[in-house]
Design a protein around this ligand. Sequence first.
Ligand code: HEC
Length: 99
Amino acid sequence: MNARILILLTATLAGGAAWAGDPAVGEKLATAKNCAACHQRLVGGDGSKLYTRADRKLKTLAQLASQVHFCSTQFKTGWLPEDEEHVVAWLNHRYYQFK
Ligand code: HEC
């Protein structure tokens, strides 16, 4: 791995750890057809019950970040790492409220 890639990677990870995402940007991304449409089919309403149900799977901010990354990759959103950060920031701000 060359040094420039290493620096880029480190910067990305450091940025991720700071959770500098913007919830307002994340909301637009996550409520569009990308994510919400499928969750709506699963749980009805606006799909947000998936995030608030009592037996939800996620317990930490790190798990939330990895779930968003997994879904984003799986469903080929084409999001950049910072887009994922925005979505994590919004989901955490609006629903999960992990510290
Ligand atoms: C094709 C359907 C589908 C799409 C598209 C989808 N999801 Fe999901 N999502 C699911 C399913 C299924 C689960 C797991 C439900 C379960 O295990 O009970 C889930 C779970 C989640 C959870 C965890 C909920 C909990 O238990 O707390 C998050 C967060 C999440 N999705 C985010 C996203 C994001 C962000 C996107 C858009 C990139 C997305 N999902 C796109 C089907 C989808």
